[in-house]
Design a protein around this ligand. Structure first.
Ligand code: ATP
Length: 357
C-alpha cells in the first residue's frame, strides 16, 4: 500500500508518523514542525533573550548535534549567537572520537568551538584516572557521579571562557522522564522539590541553563537527525552500561508502550508535583574553596576532588545531608596510566547526568 499523503503539505508522500500524535508527515514538514516546536519552547519559556550569547554543550552525540543544528536555524529569529563548548573528560577510546564529530560540526556550520578538559581544570584528573582511583569501591556509581558533577562545572567554565551569557544542553524528554523516575525511586526529595522546569535562572552567579529539547521525544530527535542528514557520534561511553538509568529507561519504554505520551507526562508531572516549599533545600551559598554555588562548605566538585586527593573517594553526594567517604585504594597519580584496571563496569555516558540534573 502506498504511503499516505503528508498531512501538512498535501503534496509529498508521508515518510513517518509522529510517535505521539500519529500525524503522517513528509521529512521536510516534520523538520519544519520540529523546529517550530523548539522555537515555541524557547519563546514561551523565555529561555534565551535576544542578544544572548549561547554556549551549546556539544558532546558530538545526537541530542546536542540536533540542538546545535536547530538553534543555528533559529538563531536569526531569536537574535542570539552561538558558541560550541565541548568538554574532554579524558576517556580514552571514546571522547576523542566524539570530539572529532564536534570539530566536523563546528567546521561545517561555521560555529566557534572551544574544548575544555578535565585534566586542565581539575588538577590533572581525567575520568580514566578517576576510574582507576575508585576501582573496587563502587566504581560504577563513582564514575557516573564524578563525571556528572565535574562536567557540569567544566561546561560552566567553558561557557565563561567564551563570554557566554547562557548555557544550553541537549537533554530531551526521555532523558528528563528517566531522571524523574529515578528521583522518585530514590526518594530524592531535594531534586523532586525543584520540580522539572526547562532550566535554571542562574542562581548564585551561575550562568542560566536551559534544555530547549526537553519537550522533544528521543525518537523525534533521531528522526530529525535522520532527515537533516546530521553527522553525529553514536557510540556509548566506555564507562556506561551498568547505570541505574538503564532500568529507568526500560521502565519508561514499558510505560510508553501502553501510553505513548508517558515521557512527556512525567516531565509535566515533575513540574506540577514539585514538593512543598518546606521540603526544598536551603538557598545555596558559595563554596569556601572555589566560590562556586554550594549548599555545604564545599561545592560538589571540590568535595569530590578533595576525596580523590586524599585517597578516599566520596561517592554518596547530593543525597540526604552529608557526603559519605567510601573506602578505596589510594589513588594513582592522575598521570599514571600503569595501574589501569580497564574500563569495564563503570557508569557514565547517558548516566552521567544522574547527579547533575
Ligand atoms: N562532553 C561534553 N561536552 C559538552 N557537553 C556535553 C558533554 N557531554 C554531555 N554534554 C551535554 O549534556 C547533554 C546530555 O548529555 P548525555 O551524556 O546525557 O548525552 P545524551 O543524552 O546522549 O546527549 P548527546 O546525544 O548530545 O550526547 C548533551 O546533550 C550535551 O548538551
Amino acid at each position: 500500500m502506498p504511503a499516505p499523503q503528508c498531512a501538512s503539505c498535501h503534496a509529498a508522500r508521508a515518510a513517518l508518523r509522529r510517535p505521539r500524535s500519529g500525524q503522517a508527515l513528509c521529512g521536510a514538514c516534520f523538520c519544519t514542525a520540529f523546529e517550530a516546536e523548539v522555537l515555541h519552547t524557547v519563546l514561551a519559556g523565555r529561555l534565551l533573550p535576544p542578544g544572548a550569547v549561547v554556549a551549546v554543550g556539544a558532546s558530538g552525540g545526537k541530542d546536542s548535534t540536533v540542538l546545535a543544528h536547530v538553534l543555528r536555524e533559529l538563531a536569526p529569529r531569536l537574535g542570539v549567537s552561538l558558541r560550541l563548548v565541548a568538554v574532554d573528560e579524558g576517556i580514552s577510546g571514546y571522547r576523542d572520537a566524539a570530539l572529532a564529530a564536534v570539530r566536523r560540526q563546528a567546521a561545517r556550520w561555521d560555529l566557534p568551538l572551544t574544548v575544555v578538559a578535565y585534566a586542565d581544570l581539575f588538577g590533572g584528573w581525567t575520568m580514566d584516572a578517576v576510574a582507576r582511583s575508585t576501582a573496587g569501591s563502587g566504581r560504577s556509581r563513582a564514575c557516573c557521579t564524578f563525571c556528572g558533577v565535574l562536567r557540569r562545572r567544566a561546561l560552566e567554565e567553558g561557557a565563561r571562557l567564551v563570554g557566554a551569557t547562557h548555557i544550553v544542553t541537549g537533554h530531551n524528554a526521555d532523558d528528563m522522564a528517566e531522571t524523574v523516575l529515578m528521583n522518585f525511586l530514590r526518594g530524592d526529595a531535594g531534586r523532586l522539590a525543584r520540580g522539572g522546569g526547562l532550566g535554571s535562572r542562574g542562581e548564585g552567579g551561575a550562568l542560566p541553563r536551559c534544555r530547549p529539547l526537553q519537550l522533544a521525544s528521543q525518537k523525534e530527535v533521531v528522526l530529525y537527525a535522520h532527515f537533516r542528514r546530521l553527522d553525529y557520534f553514536s557510540e556509548e561511553c566506555v564507562y556506561a552500561p551498568e547505570a541505574f538509568r538503564g532500568h529507568a529507561r526500560h521502565l519508561l519504554k514499558l510505560l510508553e508502550a501502553a501510553r505513548p505520551s508517558a515521557a512527556l507526562d512525567l516531565v509535566h508531572s515533575a513540574e506540577r508535583l514539585a514538593l512543598a516549599p518546606a521540603a526544598r533545600p536551603p538557598p545555596p551559598g558559595a563554596c569556601s574553596r572555589c566560590g562556586a554555588l554550594a549548599s555545604r562548605a564545599l561545592c560538589q566538585a571540590c568535595a569530590l576532588l578533595d576525596g580523590l586527593q586524599r585517597g578516599r573517594p566520596r561517592l554518596a553526594i547530593g543525597k540526604g545531608g552529608g557526603a559519605r567517604d567510601e573506602e578505596g585504594p589510594p589513588p594513582p597519580p592522575p598521570s599514571d596510566p600503569g595501574s589501569a584496571p580497564g574500563p569495564a563496569d563503570g557508569e557514565c555516558g547517558a548516566a552521567c547526568k544522574e547527579r547533575c540534573e
